[in-house]
Ligand binder design. Structure first.
Ligand SMILES: Cc1ncc(COP(=O)(O)O)c(C=O)c1O
Length: 373
């Protein structure tokens, strides 16, 4: 009988789903990793018009439509002052596919990939699916990734390390000096830095910087996506930018697994990137207010929580049994060990939900805490 590949057997379905299934239908869900806003209206319109006019029916070029890639290049110039050629961009099926092709193109069997732990669930799984060995690096007390810890973990087998600021599941924003260090490490050790920048626009404290601004070699691959920048998770439109030679290798993977990103989504993302940007600041303001509600509420309960500088997550340290007590009382939070072994003893809370539900959830979490503390 045909057995399953060792690679696929080395990964399992994300534990986050299981948590959702354990909770009742009317639970308050602080487990979701997506903004609770609509996509910008001009993005909707651009896609609908393209569909009506019959412009979105066919394949696009493998890298994506030229106007979309020009819009992405203009975004990187506008936001980071980076000169990216539209030729050095591939539009992908979300940041997820961008991460996948970045690792597939650079990781050989047995190669090591250094990952933040706790970190976004896909890094570990995609490394294993590429045949690589994840090397988890614990975070600092403020939940940022320490460049010195990354540098210490580098061996002759290291193919890449992943940086994710603002981070999921932590909400932590790395200071610019750390981002500059990641670029230096990629340059000096000649290893690839995969910079996952999907929460770029959701920063409250500190500032977003990209290792691509500082690197002197082409050892940085940048992953980004319309999902969290514009509340467009369902459109599945992300991208990767890197040097021409790296893009050419990633395109070999993308061409065969995807052909091209969805055409209607490409029209929508182009409009989101080139149209008015007011929704971005409105979303960030709203997340900032919710962050403040949640962090001060958790502190009142007695939980220790590093104040997240961005994204829409926070990660308090929680006593044993807290997550289960929350679930039983109808509030979904995700156990920290779903994001790596060093996430044990923490929970991830997403505050991408309305303020009233957040206040209700905090009351429930206070009861859950009293039950186990
Ligand atoms: C850190 C991080 N990177 C990448 C992704 C992938 O997002 P998408 O595929 O929707 O662009 C996510 C989604 O939750 C994420 O949290």
């Amino acid at each position: 009988m045909t057995e399953f590949s060792e690679r696929v057997e080395s990964v399992s379905i994300s534990g986050i789903r299981e948590v959702f299934e354990a909770a009742g239908d009317d639970a308050i869900n602080l487990g979701l990793g997506q903004p609770d806003f609509s996509a910008p209206a001009h993005a909707h319109e651009a896609a609908v018009e393209a569909i009506r006019d019959g412009r979105a029916d066919g394949y696009t070029g493998n890298k994506g439509m030229r106007p979309l890639r020009e819009a992405i290049a203009a975004k990187h110039e506008r936001d980071q002052g980076i000169d990216v050629s539209p030729d050095d961009i591939i539009a992908t099926a979300g940041g997820s596919e961008a991460l996948h092709i970045a690792l597939e193109a650079h990781v050989d069997a047995g190669d090591e990939v250094i990952l933040p732990d706790p970190g976004f669930v896909s890094y570990d799984a995609l490394t294993k699916l590429a045949g690589g060995e994840p090397v988890p690096v614990p975070l600092r007390d403020d939940l940022t990734l320490d460049p010195a810890a990354v540098e210490d973990a580098i061996t002759d087998d290291t193919a890449a390390f992943v940086v994710n600021s603002p981070g999921n599941p932590t909400g932590a924003v790395s200071p610019p000096e750390d981002i500059r260090e990641f670029a230096r490490i990629a340059d000096e050790h000649d290893v690839l830095c995969v910079s996952d920048e999907v929460y770029e626009y959701t920063v409250f404290d500190g500032e977003f910087r990209s290792p691509a601004e500082f690197a002197e070699t082409d050892n940085v691959v940048v992953v980004n996506s319309a999902s969290k920048l514009y509340s467009m998770t369902g459109w599945r439109l992300g991208w990767v930018h890197a040097s021409s030679r790296r893009i050419e290798r990633m395109l070999r993977v993308h061409q065969y697994i995807q052909a091209c990103a969805s055409a209607p989504a490409q029209f929508a993302a182009e409009a989101a990137l080139t149209g008015p940007q007011d929704q971005v600041s409105e979303m960030t303001e709203s997340f900032r207010r919710r962050r403040d509600i949640v962090v001060s509420g958790l502190e009142d309960i007695g939980l220790d929580v590093p104040t997240p500088g961005g994204a829409f997550y926070c990660m308090p340290e929680v006593p044993d049994g807290f997550v289960e007590e929350c679930l039983e009382r109808g509030v979904i939070v995700v156990p920290g060990d779903a994001f790596g072994e060093h996430g044990d003893g923490y929970a991830r809370l997403s505050y991408a939900t309305d303020e009233e539900s957040l206040r209700e959830a905090l009351d429930v979490m206070a009861e859950a805490y009293d039950a186990v503390a």
